[in-house]
Design a protein around this ligand. Structure first.
Ligand code: AMP
Length: 114
């Protein structure tokens, strides 16, 4: 089932897009939890982490990680460090069922997370 992120991919609703390729899109989270909070998503509809498998999605996941690293470097948060998060399912706190990688940085993160 399509989510609001499909509408962002299709440019039916606006988003603050910072990077786009044939396969992935990165945009600012509408409710940032850190000075830098971006979401990196695949353009194909994959609901959640448990729908991934390494053989089929390894290149896509690699591109998502490269995108996160490149954005972190461009935004000047790579040297101090940052956090990458996939929330999965109800207990993981997932709200939007279109796979997304959170990139959080610009402040010291707490551990354990809430
Ligand atoms: P999650 O809880 O991992 O599913 O995270 C979903 C994230 O999507 C939350 O951090 C929301 O703030 C963010 N979000 C929801 N709608 C939008 C939107 N239209 N544009 C940007 N970020 C959004």
């Amino acid at each position: 089932m399509s989510t609001i992120f499909s509408k962002i991919i299709n440019k039916e609703i606006p988003a603050d897009i910072v990077y786009e390729s044939e396969n992935v899109l990165a945009f600012k989270d509408i409710k940032p939890q850190a000075p830098v909070h971006l979401l990196i998503i695949p353009k194909i509809e994959i609901p959640k982490v448990t729908d991934l498998n390494g053989s089929e999605h390894s290149l896509l996941l690699g591109e998502m990680l490269d995108t996160a690293n490149n954005i972190a470097k461009e935004m000047g948060i790579a040297d101090d460090g940052f956090r990458l998060v996939f929330n999965c399912g109800y207990n993981g706190g997932q709200e939007v069922y279109h796979l997304h990688l959170h990139l959080l940085g610009g402040r010291k993160m707490n551990w354990p997370p809430g």
